[in-house]
Design a protein around this ligand. Structure first.
Ligand code: AMP
Ligand code: ZN
Length: 436
């Protein structure tokens, strides 16, 4: 099989040369980082004052980790390494209010990101001859614009459909012979049931590939998508802190996700002891940006759990592979591709004076999609009055949570003392979705 490739000079770079490039880029990144108030302080604490203090890649280990909390505390500009005039765009993390995490980009940052996404697209065998329908949200969420610019760079015909509106998605696919789509796996399964409800009973014959990501899913889910649509589906991994999509992607061989190591320095660590994991040993992915000027991040703890795949991929790329993401080392939920922290729901819930202290967050599958439900106890007096008062309150709470986490839950109101009280540590989250 001829291996399609976007940038052979970098994608097949020998290990030694790749590591030399990483070291040079790490020094540049430390130089950028030292321009930010946050890292100047953080790096001074470990005696790192100049990029030349980094003598080898091993010195990375002396650099402290960066966490999501650090990003939140540096909001909005504590991590900005360039003059504001050089910044051309910003993205914030999905589903957060109050103190989101923000990533600024220069034009060079956006160009570098676009290059990475172009590599991913071409690695799957997609090309300028394809019609690409991007079914993920265009906006602060990075899946829309991220894939969009990469696909344009490749020269595909791009349909910026954005997310939702299933009947229009189907219409666009049929009218313009869409051959490649990008969506969350749960949305593609939902789309398939919508297609089956149509009289035509077939998926658009032009479709041949899907890029699926933004949420955890199993090999079985991938196979299901492939069988139902009679297409090939490729796993796409990324996070807004590392630009978004384009961090790691499967190639034609689907033997794991190649992570672009000229752009990201990869570590896998034990989330508790913080010691480095061996190949094939599951741990938390830690990433350092190697090309980003406006918001350099050093040793960012992604909280995503995976392991390094050993051996070589038949495609010949030298960039190492991650196994599909197995879960998270924190309590973040991903609901239809949107990141939701239980603490944000609690905060929104507790703003309603009628609400008591006991509540339960439940996530389950309804058809192909995730459904978020919040059960909460409210003052007893409310149940004695008009039923409309309760339905108004339900709507008010649902709206408030939607505003906070971007997902609208269904709300169940309960009398005080009727929700289960767990002994010891309260169990507030019940994830009833099948294990993946
Ligand atoms: P966001 O910053 O909103 O793009 O969300 C990024 C998070 O989504 C990651 O940290 C992962 O937890 C999750 N995620 C993204 N892509 C995948 C994927 N292919 N498989 C599993 N989880 C993913
Ligand atoms: Zn490969």
């Amino acid at each position: 099989m001829k291996v399609p490739v976007w940038n052979p000079a970098v994608e097949f770079l020998e290990r030694e040369a790749l590591e030399r490039l990483q070291l040079a880029n790490l020094r540049k990144t430390v130089a950028w980082a030292l321009k930010t108030p946050f890292y100047r302080r953080r790096l001074a604490e470990v005696g790192l004052h100049r990029p030349e203090d980094i003598a080898s890649l091993r010195d990375l280990r002396d650099i402290p980790y960066t966490t999501k909390e650090d990003l939140r505390e540096s909001y909005p500009r504590g991590l900005l390494a360039v003059d504001l005039e050089q910044v051309v765009r910003l993205h914030t993390s999905s589903g957060t209010t109050g103190m989101p995490t923000v990533i600024h980009h220069t034009q060079a940052d956006l160009d570098a990101w676009t290059e990475l996404v172009a590599r991913c697209i071409v690695a799957t065998g997609a090309s300028r001859r394809d019609v690409f329908q991007n079914m993920t949200n265009y906006g602060l969420f990075t899946g829309g614009l991220g894939l969009h610019y990469g696909a344009e760079r490749v020269g595909m015909l791009v349909i910026p459909a954005s997310s939702g509106n299933t009947s229009r998605q189907v219409q666009l696919m049929r009218h313009f012979q869409t051959s490649v789509v990008h969506a969350t796996p749960s949305y593609l399964l939902h789309l398939h049931s919508a297609l089956m409800d149509e009289d035509t009973d077939t998926s658009p014959p032009s479709l041949r590939k899907a890029f699926i990501g933004a949420e955890p899913h199993s090999e079985e889910t991938r196979r299901k998508i492939e069988t139902l649509f009679e297409i090939e589906a490729y796993n796409s991994y990324g996070l807004s802190e590392m630009n978004g999509p384009g961090v790691a992607f499967e190639c034609l061989y689907k033997t794991g996700l190649h992570l672009w190591e000229d752009a990201y320095l990869l570590e896998v660590i034990d989330p508790d002891s913080l010691r480095p994991c061996a190949e094939e040993e599951t741990g938390e992915i830690v990433l350092t940006t190697l090309q980003r000027q406006a918001t350099p991040l050093l040793r960012y703890r992604t909280r995503d759990l995976s392991h390094l795949v050993g051996g070589h991929c038949p495609c010949g790329r030298s960039h190492r592979r991650l196994a599909r993401i197995k879960g998270r080392s924190d309590d973040m939920l991903i609901v239809n591709g949107v990141n939701v922290f239980p603490s944000q729901i609690e905060e929104a819930l507790m703003k309603a004076p009628e609400v008591g202290t006991n509540y339960l967050i439940q996530v389950e599958k309804r058809g192909a999609l995730d459904r978020l439900a919040v059960k909460t106890e409210v003052h007893a007096a409310l149940f004695a009055g008009d039923a409309r008062v309760l339905s108004d309150l339900r709507e008010r709470i649902a709206e408030r949570i939607r505003a906070a986490v971007l997902v609208k839950p269904s709300i169940e109101l309960h009398e005080p003392g009727s929700l289960p009280v767990s002994e010891g540590k309260a169990r507030r989250v019940l994830d009833l979705r099948p294990a993946f």
